[in-house]
Design a protein around this ligand. Structure first.
Ligand code: G1P
Length: 296
């Protein structure tokens, strides 16, 4: 029986250059999908998976993210005085009652591996999850919940994976699979952002991970030795590769539809798909048919 996953890390220090000018003053993780910012969808997915410690790896100019999860007396005082209980509930921004929030800063853009390493003290010696809020997965059971169930059986390092078009491998960490059973793929090698001709498969990592705490020691060694990888950055994919043979490494073919909200098309599609889900819940038939036409 492996340890429970209490801690989740959100690497959110990056600039959202693809969304300029919208992201000039507003962090890209604060852009809304329907009625909630991307980061809140990610926090809610982690809370549903049982996480209570939320670590944000952020940058000084992205203060709006922590503000979103902090008390807002200018709202709560007024809403209390007016008896608006539903709206007061919304101010929790998806956090569970017992949530512990931790902010750490990444002072230089040195890659995803470096961003995760910035959370090492907050993470400690326990296994932990990482969510990249740009990747949204729509399913009744959240992607991280699916992973937590698999991790309880497998332990080690676990990544969420899906097949991507063959000409898109250069955008992802790509798996060399050793075998597959029940949606779980044993991984014998990983390559970060291979050109299509070099890719060992079209199975790509999407932004959900569960790590053995040993990953932090591997990252510390790579950073001390200045061993950078693709794009001259410290890659989390390389750290996982180095642990193959010491720590089990699996890919989970998750249930659900993934939207890449790191680009405009994926972001707009996510807005339509999540709106449609809400319109289905509320029974708004005319909105449903309009949104379905947009998705076709
Ligand atoms: C990162 C990872 C990559 C992964 C991707 C998922 O890349 O380095 O391995 O496949 O996230 O979204 P980035 O999108 O930060 O370039």
């Amino acid at each position: 029986m492996t340890a429970k996953i209490n801690t989740v890390v959100f690497p959110v220090a990056g600039l959202g250059t693809r969304f300029l000018p919208a992201t000039k003053a507003v962090p890209k993780e604060m852009l809304p999908v329907v009625d909630k910012p991307l980061i809140q969808w990610a926090v809610e997915e982690a809370a549903a998976a049982g996480c209570t410690r939320f670590v944000f790896v952020t940058a000084p100019e992205k203060g709006a993210i922590m503000k979103h999860f902090s008390p807002a007396p200018h709202y709560s005082d007024t809403l209390k005085a007016r008896g608006k209980t539903q709206e007061l509930e919304l101010l929790k921004a998806g956090l569970p009652e017992n949530a512990e929030l931790i902010e750490v800063h990444q002072d230089q853009p040195l890659g995803l591996g470096h961003a995760i390493w910035c959370a090492r003290e907050a993470v400690g010696q326990a296994p932990f999850a990482v969510i990249l809020p740009d990747d949204m997965v729509q399913h009744s059971v959240g992607c991280l919940s699916q992973m937590v169930s698999a991790h309880a059986r497998l332990g080690g390092n676990l990544v969420a994976v899906e097949n991507v078009p063959a000409d898109q491998t250069h955008r992802y960490g790509v798996l060399d699979p050793a075998g597959e059973a029940d949606g779980l793929i044993e991984i014998k090698a990983l390559i970060e952002k291979p050109a299509p001709a070099e890719a060992p498969s079209t199975l790509a990592i999407i932004g959900r991970y569960i790590f053995d705490s040993e990953i932090m020691n591997t990252l510390s060694r790579a950073i001390a030795a200045e061993e950078t990888g693709a794009g001259g950055e410290f890659q989390i994919t390389d750290a996982m590769s180095q642990l193959i043979g010491q720590v089990p490494l699996h890919g989970l073919r998750f249930q659900g539809t993934r939207y890449d909200c790191g680009n405009r098309d994926g972001f707009l599609e996510a807005n339509v798909a999540f709106s449609l889900a809400q319109a289905q819940e509320s029974g708004n038939k005319s909105l449903q048919s309009k949104l379905r036409r947009l998705l076709d």
